[in-house]
Design a protein around this ligand. Structure first.
Ligand code: ZN
Length: 272
């Protein structure tokens, strides 16, 4: 347990008025969701597909949905089914609780598409999913700027021996092929959720941020001129990643244990 940095993080959060939080793959790793893609949005090889000679980066993009929808949708369907099984770990509940009650002036950005923050009831107006959400669909040809939520697990038929899907979902507006509303490689048609982006811009415009809390992500933030937060808390089990930031409060732990630990330390302070 990284006790002194846990204490320092709790202290900084207890004194903060306005906080921005970023989460990435390191947050959902503790729910058993592995890192599926690199910083350029390309999907890495992984077992169920490589076993049948397929590489997700060959088809997990809009051209792939046009040319090989059976494989593109098989990949999305596979991810949806695995993510639906993933438990929401306690670190998610801790963040939601902070945002609702202890630091209501906070905003959460995530690069994750797995829906776990939503399942932990994060407040909608304080939340922006930078790369979309696998549980939201849009038209492949973008016949409309609308997107829609699709909660069904087993959305497509999936043959796991060939990793081919069939019975793909359709766009309700043009009856063409639907796709997940996630930012993919070579993706010009991604439907941005404008409300989320506006919530974030409004939050930044309404005052300086005291603390920037970064959890398991390499997302690079740019701040309005002169508004860089004074304090950065960086949670990552890999000690080499702390050097990306200038003198952060560095918590060298996994997301779940770090958040639960900080929450505990914060509660002790309030008792004292
Ligand atoms: Zn359409």
């Amino acid at each position: 347990m990284d006790f002194s940095s846990i204490q320092a993080a709790a202290q900084a959060l207890a004194q903060a008025n306005r906080v921005v939080i970023s989460t990435g793959a390191g947050m959902s790793a503790d729910s058993g969701i592995p890192t599926y893609r690199d910083r350029n949005g390309r999907w890495r090889d992984f077992l169920p597909f490589s076993q049948v000679g397929l590489t997700p980066s060959d088809f997990a993009h809009p051209p792939g949905y046009r040319e090989r929808p059976q494989h593109a949708w098989a990949f999305a369907e596979y991810l949806r089914r695995s993510m639906a099984q993933a438990p929401v770990h306690q670190g998610y509940d801790v963040l939601t609780e902070w945002m609702l009650r202890r630091i209501p002036q906070s905003f959460l950005l995530t690069t994750n598409i797995d829906d776990l923050h939503r399942r932990a009831d994060v407040p909608e107006t304080q939340f922006y999913e930078r790369y979309g959400n696998l549980w939201e669909l849009q038209c492949l040809e973008r016949c409309t700027p609308h997107w829609w939520r699709e909660n069904r697990v087993e959305l497509c038929t999936l043959d796991t021996s060939t990793m081919e899907a069939s019975n793909f979902p359709q766009c309700p507006f043009c009856q063409g092929l639907a796709r997940p509303r996630i930012q993919m490689a070579y993706d010009e048609e991604f439907v941005e959720k404008e409300a989320g982006w506006k919530f974030y811009q409004n939050f930044l415009a309404s005052g300086p941020v005291d603390v920037y809390l970064i959890i398991g992500t390499t997302l690079w933030m740019t701040w309005p001129e002169g508004q860089e937060p004074n304090t950065i808390i960086h949670i990552n089990p890999d000690p080499n990643t702390h050097a990306h930031y200038q003198s952060p409060i560095a918590v060298t732990m996994g997301a779940k244990d770090a958040l639960v630990g900080i929450d505990w330390a914060w509660r002790q302070m309030r008792k004292g």
